[in-house]
Design a protein. Structure first.
Length: 363
């Protein structure tokens, strides 16, 4: 039975991504954004005024005590995510946290344990999992309609200039947790893993080619997935013509998605292998289209919270893509050694943080 309850949502952090959350809540008929908090009370007030939010705070704990929200939307940089999530769980709220969910696997473990202890849900925002095209392709892959997936290429070629890295918390292991792999590439890595499932090994290298940063501005990696798919990754923050792309070659077809920050049906293509053309009619995308976005993700998460269901596939497995990213960093710290889930589970350094050697090729 569908609940008639309305979710009281509160938001912490008023940076650019907070606007996507506010719009998503406004579009959902069974939720209301009742409060916003930011370290700058002035920014909180300005944001509240922009979206018609009743209350604004300069302190998260004060907001939690006064408002008793059902769900807290965390839109801050990664470093405080653990502390903020645990505070929300202690106050009885569910948490929806922006990617990356935490700057370390240990901190994410604490967040997951906090959710379980409180009987609450922890959802991570990887909005590129959403949309009817991604759901359709995932269904085709899982059903075996395209044959076994064999090889994949995953590219995140973005451009972030010197001003981007001049923001005090960016480009530093201590405050951002990692470089472009964690901050940017994780989107496509997550979509790739959403389509292909669990991973069995990772090898990676980190590069500093042009930017003034402690962390990497480029990374390269090879991932092997449990079902035997070999994927090659490159992530860049120095690429002027931006592109986000995934290619998966299966026994019967090639799947591609080419976009930048979001995708619809026009960004996807399924090309049949020679001799499989007659099957292609069964692979066509549905007539009704929904693009990837925060709106569909928060809608499906809110539905689950209100109706007591499990989190949707678009918001489950909160650790999978972060583990792949951690594996890339751990491999780079071991001169490109193979990292498996078993090695990562007991890793002496890279469960607590991702700081790793970066090969500097700047001239």
């Amino acid at each position: 039975m569908t609940s008639v309850k309305t979710l009281r949502a509160a938001l912490v952090g008023t940076g650019a991504v907070a606007n996507a959350h506010a719009r998503a809540v406004a579009a959902y008929p069974r939720a209301e954004l009742v409060a916003v908090a930011d370290l700058s009370p002035e920014k909180a007030e300005e944001f509240a005024e922009s979206y018609g939010i009743a209350a604004a705070y300069g302190d998260l704990d004060e907001m939690l005590a006064a408002e008793h929200p059902d769900v807290v939307l965390i839109c801050t940089p990664p470093a405080p995510h653990r502390e903020q999530s645990l505070a929300a769980f202690a106050a009885g709220a569910h948490v929806v946290v922006e990617k990356p969910p935490a700057p370390s696997l240990d901190e994410l473990d604490d967040m997951r344990a906090g959710a379980e202890a409180a009987g609450r849900q922890l959802a991570v925002v990887f909005q590129q999992r959403t949309g009817t095209a991604a759901a359709h392709v995932r269904s085709l892959l899982q059903s075996g309609a395209l044959g076994r997936p064999l090889v994949a290429v995953c590219q995140t070629l973005w451009f972030r200039d010197a001003d981007y890295f001049a923001v005090p918390w960016r480009g530093k292991w201590e405050t951002e947790g990692g470089g472009t792999t964690l901050g940017h590439g994780i989107h496509q890595i997550d979509l790739l893993a959403h389509l292909l499932g669990d991973w069995s090994s990772v090898q990676g290298r980190l590069w500093r080619l042009d930017r003034e940063t402690e962390t990497e501005d480029v990374s390269t990696a090879t991932i092997v997935f449990d079902q035997g798919v070999v994927a090659q990754l490159i992530t860049s923050a120095v690429s002027p013509r931006e592109a986000s792309s995934i290619r998966i070659d299966t026994q019967k077809a090639t799947i591609t998605v080419d976009h930048v920050y979001g995708h619809g049906h026009e960004n996807w293509r399924i090309t049949p292998a020679p001799g499989c053309e007659s099957e292609a009619a069964g692979w066509e995308f549905p007539d009704a289209e929904e693009r990837s976005d925060h709106g569909p993700l928060l809608r499906d998460v809110f539905d689950a919270l209100l109706d007591g269901g499990t989190l949707p596939a678009t918001a489950d497995a909160p650790a999978r893509s972060l583990e792949i990213v951690a594996g890339i960093y751990a491999s780079a710290a071991s001169d490109g050694a193979v990292i498996t889930p078993e090695i990562l589970a007991a890793h002496p350094t890279h469960r607590a943080g991702f700081a790793s050697p970066v090969t500097d090729l700047r001239r």
